[in-house]
Design a protein around this ligand. Structure first.
Ligand SMILES: NC(=O)c1ccc[n+]([C@@H]2O[C@H](COP(=O)([O-])OP(=O)(O)OC[C@H]3O[C@@H](n4cnc5c(N)ncnc54)[C@H](OP(=O)(O)O)[C@@H]3O)[C@@H](O)[C@H]2O)c1
Length: 217
């Protein structure tokens, strides 16, 4: 299966959802766009040359085989609890960083030091749903600014347990204007979440191209 055989949806029309929508549209990728606020989704879609079809979250879950869930970790958990078995057979793409405000203008991790939101969420999914960790390794600003970078594309890391879903997400990363680099299975998610060594705000500390990324992993 390739991404052109799949119906893709973005759930969440905030900072990341709207920037991914713009990046996908710029790459010619069609998708469903779903948020709690249909008016906000329509405003985003209006600037995307017909690449985004605004639907409800229910309809996105019903129709899409590949769901990019661009919401915070708690909301993600709630969506999994709400849709449960209806997610079976879907590819769930998880950009979440398990962070919240630290009370001093910064961020702190909201799960255990050695835990990753990717593994926690994968453990909550019904049998047959497959999670890929992707699209969360750069800040929202870099996700826009570094898309379609020339001469060498910037990298988006991903983690996947399964080659077939890894290939699908790679197609989507390319459509969004980045070079995909796999860090390994979902047990490597922690490396590409915020504070992880391959996150823009972790030890790596910057946006990288493929040759730099391959040295870092
Ligand atoms: N911001 C960054 O720089 C960045 C970078 C990498 C990864 N991430 C990750 O990306 C995810 C989204 O972050 P963000 O910055 O885009 O947050 P955001 O701007 O606050 O947007 C979150 C979106 O989630 C929507 N939402 C919440 N519950 C929902 C539900 N049940 N159904 C549908 N939509 C729902 C919100 O809808 P309403 O508008 O109705 O509240 C909002 O549109 C987070 O997990 C974050 O860790 C963020």
């Amino acid at each position: 299966m390739t991404i052109s055989d799949s119906t893709v949806a973005i759930i969440g029309t905030g900072n990341i959802g709207s920037r991914l929508a713009a990046n996908f549209a710029a790459g010619g990728q069609d998708f469903l766009l779903a948020g709690r606020n249909a008016e906000a989704a329509r405003k985003i879609a209006a600037g995307l040359d017909g690449h985004a079809e605004v639907v409800s979250v229910d309809e996105a879950v019903e129709r899409a085989g590949v769901l990019v869930v661009a919401v915070w970790l708690d909301a993600f958990r709630q969506l999994i609890a709400q849709y449960g078995g209806r997610l079976a057979g879907k590819v769930i793409i998880d950009p979440s960083n398990p962070v919240g405000p630290d009370g001093a203008g910064g961020y702190r991790k909201v799960i255990g030091e050695q835990e990753s939101s990717g593994q926690i969420l994968a453990g909550l999914l019904p049998a047959g749903a497959r999670l890929v960790k992707a699209f969360g390794t750069l800040s929202a600003g870099s996700l826009s600014a570094a898309a379609r970078q020339e001469p060498d594309r910037a990298v988006l890391f991903y983690a996947a347990d399964d080659d077939a879903v890894g290939d699908l997400v790679s197609d989507l990363i390319r459509a969004g204007g980045f070079d995909p680099v796999r860090v390994g299975g979902l047990d490597q998610s922690i490396r590409i979440e915020m504070f992880g060594d391959l996150h823009e705000f972790g030890a790596l500390g910057r946006v990288v191209t493929k040759s730099e990324a391959l040295k870092a992993i």
